[in-house]
Design a protein around this ligand. Structure first.
Ligand code: TRP
Length: 367
């Protein structure tokens, strides 16, 4: 029952490709900090392969290949398998049973209002030119509610785009608890305070990093790749000569500096400014060239990525250990989610064989 007030985190990612620095500042870095805060009784990260299949049904190989990729990204960032349980969604059958029961608590009209799903449908061209909308994709917010509630998570640190999923989940929790009794835990979303971190644009200035646009800096990027990406980064197209005044809004270099740099970095690499605001003022006034800004950003990014690269090299050399982590984590998650499913079935009175009262009730009724 929901009485045992535990602090439990659940987050997840779709394994559709390697993770990039947008994932990192948007959520991963925070997860590591939360993990190391010691404030949580349990922390789970779900590799949401089944959710990834809802719009990749024809490409299971892509999903399969990225399971290890994403796990390596987690471990490289400092996710510690001793403190955080990493598990695979499709290996947790309780999630699908919960999804089936929750589907009865949600209307199609409600699903249609989900703004994230709406924009994803548009981006993928579903419901256009004869391309249908997969039912699994349309209903994935319900299965995500199953993910969150199965772990009894009270805290879900994710990106801003996941807000509608959390709202949907809360509605399901309230509906379930008021209909069947207090079993499920009401989850809170935890967003990054730094707004630049919440939605890091691609290096071309486009809204989101995406593999197909080639505008990502991956967590596994080498120094050479970081250099190339930073030096081809979108800045202010009207800032032609160093002396010209420049714009910092919509200028990727400054957006990235907003997300990644701190005063320490200035002391170390660019002591002529005390902080980012001073540097921005100079850029806007004129007299500060893009190359200098990019060199600084490159140093800041490499400083962040260096320990990640180091840890990755270590894990890369021991993939069987990574596999073991996934296996052990998934086993633990199977127990946790199975327990919640039992409580849910008890509350719904569909626990027939766990509860022989079915017989005595029947006998009492007919006598
Ligand atoms: N929808 C999330 C994403 O696209 C992935 C996800 C699946 C998730 N299940 C979750 C996130 C549960 C948080 C909690 O990134």
């Amino acid at each position: 029952m929901a009485g045992n007030k535990k602090n439990i985190i659940l987050t997840g990612d779709r394994p559709t490709g390697p993770l990039h620095i947008g994932h990192y500042v948007g959520s991963l870095k925070r997860r590591v900090a939360l993990q190391n805060s010691g404030k949580f009784d349990d922390i789970y990260i779900l590799i949401a392969d089944a959710q990834a299949l809802t719009d990749n049904a024809d490409d299971p190989k892509k999903i399969r290949d990225n399971i290890i990729n994403v796990t390596l990204d987690y471990l490289s960032c400092g996710i510690d398998p001793e403190k955080t349980t990493i598990c695979i969604q499709s290996e947790l059958p309780a999630l699908y049973e919960l999804t089936a029961y929750y589907m009865n608590l949600v209307t199609t009209a409600r699903l249609e209002r989900n703004p994230t799903v709406k924009s994803e449908i548009k981006m993928r061209g579903f419901n256009e030119g004869g391309v249908g909308l997969p039912v699994g994709f349309y209903t994935y917010p319900i299965s995500q509610a199953a993910d969150i509630t199965a772990f009894k998570a009270n805290c879900v640190p994710v990106g801003e785009d996941q807000m509608p999923m959390l709202e949907q989940c809360k509605e399901i929790v309230h509906k379930f608890n008021s209909t069947y009794g207090e079993v499920l835990v009401d989850p809170q979303i935890l967003l990054n305070e730094n707004t630049a971190c919440r939605r890091l644009p691609g290096t071309d200035g486009k809204a989101k990093m995406s593999k197909s646009l080639g505008n990502c800096i991956y967590l596994h990027a080498t120094e050479k790749e970081v250099h190339e990406k930073v030096f081809s980064m979108f800045t202010d197209p009207d800032h032609i000569n160093v002396a010209d005044p420049g714009k910092v809004e919509g200028n990727c270099v400054f957006t990235y500096l907003d997300a990644f740099s701190n005063d320490e970095h200035f002391r170390e690499y660019l002591p002529e400014y005390a902080c980012l605001d001073e540097m921005k003022e100079h850029y806007m006034r004129g007299g500060l060239g893009d190359v200098k800004c990019k060199k600084f950003l490159e140093k800041v990014l490499n400083e962040e990525l260096a320990p990640i690269r180091e840890r990755r090299a270590k894990w890369d050399a021991d993939i069987p250990a990574v596999y073991e982590i996934l296996k052990k984590g998934t086993e633990k998650a199977r127990e946790t989610t199975g327990r919640t499913l039992s409580e849910v079935k008890d509350a719904m009175m569909i626990n027939y064989f766990a509860d022989s009262a079915l017989i005595s009730e029947w006998e009492a009724n007919i006598r």
